[in-house]
Design a protein around this ligand. Structure first.
Ligand code: ACO
Length: 269
């Protein structure tokens, strides 16, 4: 199915969602931001979607915010329009950070500035060696806003974050992986195969446990050990109350049936 600014297909449990403004290097204008929220809404609770992958059509993943439509034209309309455009962009990134299904950024090409918001929002990220990343804000005279500074401060070392933000220099997928901005980088020709492999691993896991786990990783990062311990007890008990028969089945197949070992693989759903 194709919208004007966002395209998606669903195949074997994976929703392949794509920024779809290749002529504009998939930079995010208000129309794309609005459409992406609709697409996320539409896909989140579908039974035929277990994992969402976000990539870009053409040579870019996303060239960040649309400097013409998101900045210049919006600013010309005044503060109300600026705040609305920000809330539309930040809104879908936030939605993606706490998405009901696991999410993977498949970074096929250019990734700039505002693109770091959705990059961080995805639970996992795989990049092409050939992809190019930069916080280019400094090159046109602003600080990396919209969360981009927070993303590099959280993911990179202080020295790498500072260098990246102050120089605006490009790094390729390999360096992005070395800096832990993404999980892995591999040749573009192999990228989709690897992402499909990882998505297929996730599709075999208990979906309630996946959602509880991904939220827990993000939440406990900001907690003391004691608070984390308490949160995790409550989160597991909340997950148990979600009609989560799978958990009991997981124990049954190991203890009674002896058909698998949880240390080595997932139970048969
Ligand atoms: N905002 C608005 N238009 C853009 C953007 C953008 N972020 N990125 C690309 N485009 C447009 C270009 O203006 C051009 O439009 P046109 O065909 O109407 O002239 C079209 O997309 C293609 O871009 P080219 O520059 O011709 O493509 P090329 O492949 O040579 O270069 C590159 C790609 C390096 C991504 C270049 O387009 C670029 O530098 N884009 C801006 C990247 C950037 O700094 N983004 C902002 C980050 S800061 C933030 O997001 C807050």
């Amino acid at each position: 199915m194709t919208g004007e600014t966002v395209a998606f297909d669903i195949e074997k449990g994976i929703a392949w969602v794509r920024f779809n403004r290749p002529d504009k290097r998939n930079c995010m204008n208000p129309a794309l931001n609005r459409r992406m929220m609709e697409v996320l809404d539409e896909l989140e609770f579908r039974d035929d979607v277990g994992v969402l992958v976000l990539s870009g059509e053409g040579s870019a993943w996303s060239a960040g915010m649309d400097l013409k439509e998101y900045f210049r034209e919006t600013e010309a309309k005044g503060l109300g329009a600026i705040r609305k455009a920000q809330s539309e962009a930040y809104g879908w990134w936030r939605r993606l950070r706490w998405y009901g299904k696991p999410t993977i950024a498949m970074v096929n090409g250019w990734c700039f500035g505002g693109g770091y918001g959705p990059l961080f929002a995805c639970d996992l990220a795989f990049a092409a060696d050939e992809a190019q990343f930069a916080l280019s804000e400094i090159n046109w005279g602003i600080l990396p806003g919209g969360g981009a500074t927070k993303v590099v401060a959280d993911l990179l070392s202080m020295r790498d974050a500072m260098y990246h933000a102050l120089t605006g220099e490009l790094i390729d997928g390999r360096k992005a992986a070395a800096w832990k901005l993404v999980n892995e980088s591999l040749p573009l020709a192999d990228l989709k195969v690897r992402v499909t492999e990882v998505a297929t691993i996730l599709l075999k896991k208990n979906p309630i446990a996946l959602k509880a786990t991904k939220d827990a990783i993000r939440r406990v990062a900001e907690m003391t050990y004691d608070n984390a311990e308490d949160y995790l007890v409550r989160a597991q008990e909340a997950a148990n109350s979600h009609d989560n028969e799978g958990r009991k089945e997981g124990i049954r197949q190991f203890i009674d049936e002896k058909s698998y070992k949880p240390g080595l693989a997932a139970y048969d759903k």
